[in-house]
Write a protein that binds this ligand. Structure first.
Ligand SMILES: [Zn+2]
Length: 79
């Protein structure tokens, strides 16, 4: 019993259908992790609403656009 070309292609297609959801989940997980990390460093200026990232470990950061002092951290909500 030999593996015909049609069977071979069929198995490849089946393998792709199996792999795509796996890659989707993996890439989504990795992306979510990166996004969460970048969100921790994201600062939205309370004055001009300019969003920027600051990787320093200080609690307050100056807006590069208007120079206003902003508190870092996602606990701070708008309002
Ligand atoms: Zn600003």
């Amino acid at each position: 019993m030999e593996l015909s070309l049609a069977d071979f292609i069929f198995y490849i297609v089946v393998a792709c259908f199996v792999m795509v959801p796996i890659f989707t989940v993996v890439s989504r997980t990795l992306h979510a992790r990166v996004e969460r990390r970048s969100l921790a460093n994201r600062v939205i200026c309370r004055l001009c609403l300019y969003a920027f990232e600051d990787t320093s470990h200080v609690g307050t950061v100056n807006c590069p656009v208007c120079g206003a002092l902003n508190e870092k951290g996602r606990s701070r909500r708008l309002g």
